[in-house]
Design a protein around this ligand. Structure first.
Ligand SMILES: *[C@@H]1O[C@H](CO)[C@@H](O)[C@H](O)[C@H]1NC(C)=O
Length: 231
């Protein structure tokens, strides 16, 4: 009993005094919509790179599943890719709300978007089982008023963007949109980071950006071996 209580306090303290002070973290915001193939591609094939331990400890990642949806005057909304997109945006908003830890909600959103990317969007409920998550609270949320309120909040955050978003995915690092260079988001994070941690991935990330620039101007594209850098 005594030792589990001590462990509990130890864990709380680790949460309170994490090595990187939050004001030194780089903010990374992703404005997206669930059925946009470019959004799904970014979430499945690019964004996971930020989860290398040295990077994720210097980044505050925020996902905003609303995108190009439109609010009507009566506070109902229309989604770019139809009602199924509104459903999955709301499901993902509910996952973020019910599982506030990034390490809990990101795997779920990744799982759903991976299915979208593969053209298997209707199988999204399999993600509950795959990740051993209780579907009930999330279902209650997206079926009800709470899910709608979360989406209205994301609508407000998206429309408050300065400059306004032009398309999705819209990636913002420390308040600056990356426009169509969003796939290079790691380089921007490394550049924006002013904290004391040594971030090993940043040397690799700048190499990656440099390689991509070179690749545009040379025949590197066809050298399969170089593709290991994409992972
Ligand atoms: C909201 O407005 C749209 C048309 O703008 C209408 O089709 C819809 O039924 C309205 N919904 C509610 C709940 O009033």
């Amino acid at each position: 009993m005594g030792s589990s209580l001590a462990l509990f306090f130890f864990l709380s303290m680790c949460g309170l005094f994490s090595p990187s002070e939050s004001h030194q973290k780089v903010s990374l915001e992703l404005y997206y919509e669930s059925l946009c193939p470019y959004s799904a591609n970014f979430i499945v094939n690019y964004l996971p790179k930020v989860f290398s331990p040295d990077l994720i400890s210097i980044v505050d990642l925020k996902l905003v599943p609303w995108g190009n949806a439109k609010l009507r005057a009566n506070n109902t909304f229309n989604c770019q890719h139809g009602p199924y997109e509104c459903l999955l945006n709301t499901v993902e908003a509910c996952a973020i709300d019910i599982l506030p830890q990034l390490s809990k909600h990101f795997p779920f959103i990744y799982c759903v978007e991976d299915l979208v990317f593969q053209g298997r969007r209707t199988e999204w409920e399999s993600c509950f089982e795959k990740l051993d998550l209780d579907s009930k609270p999330i279902k209650q949320c997206y079926d009800g008023e709470h899910g709608k309120q979360l989406e209205l909040q994301y609508a407000a955050e998206t429309s408050a963007l300065k400059p306004p978003h032009k398309y999705v995915p819209w990636v913002v690092v420390d308040g600056e949109p990356l426009y169509d260079d969003y796939e290079n988001f790691l380089s921007y994070i490394c550049e924006a980071y002013k904290g004391p941690d040594k971030v090993r991935s940043c040397t690799q990330a700048s190499y990656l950006a440099e390689f991509k620039t070179k690749a545009k101007h040379s025949a590197f594209d066809n050298e399969g071996g170089m593709l290991t850098w994409e992972k």
